[in-house]
Design a protein around this ligand. Structure first.
Ligand code: COA
Length: 260
């Protein structure tokens, strides 16, 4: 039987999602985008899953971009729909309440880099390479890269990357603030699970709201964003977790969060 193109494995409240087309360096075709969107939708509502890690199958690539063999046949309208399909998927990941970590285990190019950027942060193996090589194909990034990368590293570095199509090493990507941590490939998933496990000890409702406050604030003028922050801050004082977290501190014991 054929292996699924998106594999999921949940253990200890952490779901690892593996993009599984290694023979094509996990390139994103429409079928894969649909399968990934379906998995993300299921994960979003699965109570037993609290944190998500996205990685690629094999030791060479996270995702080497959108599938060029599929794109080469597209007319402008099909290409526009393909871009919107990718953007919708990445939007689902960005707006998901659960934390989503990209564990980049090799090439993260084009749509693969854009997918990693849609996650909350990136851990990378030392052999990872990041790039937006679309202009080498006569197109531009179409899954949010022209917008999300400048918001993360500023317009000038983004222009250099996008105009040159050059790849950045994991080490350079860490220096530029794209990657939070670079580790050896055989420890990548363990390191991602390790930080996920630390997060699981905290109030997950608060983390979900922190994620949303950061995301929505980045798209608001600062004066509105800080008011939004205050209203979320105030709202969290209606939760069990706020009472438990603060009581536990004052009683010098570990908090037992219920995520409500
Ligand atoms: N779309 C479709 N197929 C892809 C692909 C993509 N984005 N990236 C890699 N593949 C396929 C290759 O065509 C090849 O298939 P084949 O064995 O049937 O010929 C297979 O994956 C292995 O890739 P290959 O190019 O042989 O590996 P490499 O180690 O020599 O080079 C890369 C690796 C990542 C540098 C190279 O594959 C590459 O440049 N890929 C395209 C990257 C890109 O432009 N992405 C943005 C798309 S918008």
């Amino acid at each position: 039987m054929n292996e699924p193109i998106v594999k999921t494995n949940t253990k200890n409240e952490i779901c690892t999602v593996t993009i599984n087309r290694p023979e094509n360096l996990n390139a994103l075709n429409s079928e894969l985008l649909d399968a990934l969107a379906k998995s993300i939708e299921e994960i979003s509502t699965a109570n037993e899953i609290k944190i998500v890690i996205i990685t690629g199958s094999g030791d060479k690539a996270f995702v080497a971009g959108a599938d060029i063999s599929e794109m080469t046949e597209m007319n402008p309208v099909q290409a526009l729909h393909f871009s919107r399909k990718g953007q919708r998927l990445l939007g689902k990941i960005e707006s998901m309440e659960k934390v989503c970590i990209a564990a980049v285990n090799g090439y993260a190019l084009g749509g693969g880099f854009e997918l990693a950027l849609a996650c909350d942060f990136i851990y990378a193996s030392s052999n990872a390479q990041f790039g937006l090589p679309e202009v080498t194909l006569g197109i531009i990034p179409g899954f949010g890269g022209t917008q999300n990368l400048p918001r993360l590293i500023g317009p000038n570095r983004s222009r250099e990357l996008i105009f040159s199509g050059k790849m950045l090493s994991a080490e350079q990507a860490e220096i530029w603030g794209i990657v939070n941590k670079v580790v050896e490939q055989d420890t990548l998933l363990a390191e991602a699970k390790n930080i996920a496990t630390t997060m699981l000890k905290n109030g997950l409702t608060a983390i979900g709201f922190a994620k949303e406050t950061i995301r929505s604030g980045l798209n608001m003028p600062k004066n509105e964003a800080i008011l939004h922050e205050s209203s979320i801050f105030g709202g969290l004082f209606s939760t069990f977790d706020q009472k438990e977290g603060m009581s536990a501190f004052l009683e010098k014991r570990k908090a037992l969060f219920s995520n409500v």
